[in-house]
Design a binder for this molecule. Sequence first.
Ligand SMILES: Nc1ncnc2c1ncn2[C@@H]1O[C@H](COP(=O)(O)OP(=O)(O)OP(=O)(O)O)[C@@H](O)[C@H]1O
Length: 280
Amino acid sequence: MADTLTKAAPATQRTGANPEPAPAPTVIADGVDIVYRVHGTGTSGRGAATAALGRILRRRKGGGDGTERGVRTVHAVRNISFTAYRGEAIGLIGTNGSGKSTLLKAVAGLLPVERGHIYTDGQPSLLGVNAALMNDLTGERNVHLGGLAMGMPREQVRERYQEIVDFSGINDKGDFISLPMRTYSSGMAARLRFSIGSAKDHDVLLIDEALATGDRSFQKRSEARIRALRERAGTVFLVSHNNKSIRDTCDRVLWLERGELRMDGPTAEVMREYERFTSA
Ligand SMILES: Nc1ncnc2c1ncn2[C@@H]1O[C@H](COP(=O)(O)OP(=O)(O)OP(=O)(O)O)[C@@H](O)[C@H]1O
């Protein structure tokens, strides 16, 4: 496994001629490749336990030529480089399986890179529809635990509790916040996750499809919040298949296709090309 390098990037750059501080880079991806290894393939229909035992025995026998039978690789991201700056909202687009979520997870430090490096200034936080909250705990407990897990002081979580609940709209149709999260619809759960995740100012906020869930009015609220988060501090990355959300929220777009960066530029330009590509 290769390592994901997380280093502080220079906070500002200045040129002699221009007294204005240059925009501060927050994320630098430098020639990044990401490869998944899928174990247990080619097991000829054997059960999972038998296949796992076989893998252990093969490993004990030694690596041989270094490749393991029954392991397949998926090269999900190929040689991607970009620099993101403070104050930018960057959309990540591409057809299914093009590597958007994979790249986002690597920026968050949750996946190792095979080649290249990712440098981040500040702590990236991944706010995905699958962000881990505890299904057996009430919404209320999850607000507190989620806030603490993001590093908010206990007092701040208490102060912002009501606002988090109100923003999520969970209690709009009754007292649902005191019920376990497993009783929520997928849309309700996603709204609460977004509401918790966005209650804190993030250096680098990574949002994976959170806006695809929730109804139109919640989507509008979320978009406004993303704009506010972006103004207050860091950089926002948004993965979405909703072209309108991308247009309304982002000023720059990275378009990935088959793991490669096909285009990186102003939203209008990239979206025009992408829509031409997807409608062809
Ligand atoms: N855990 C995994 N193990 C193996 N391969 C994976 C895994 N997760 C994703 N992949 C593969 O990596 C490639 C990129 O997937 P990824 O989820 O990053 O794409 P995406 O652009 O986010 O797709 P979508 O728009 O459908 O959500 C795909 O070929 C996918 O099959």
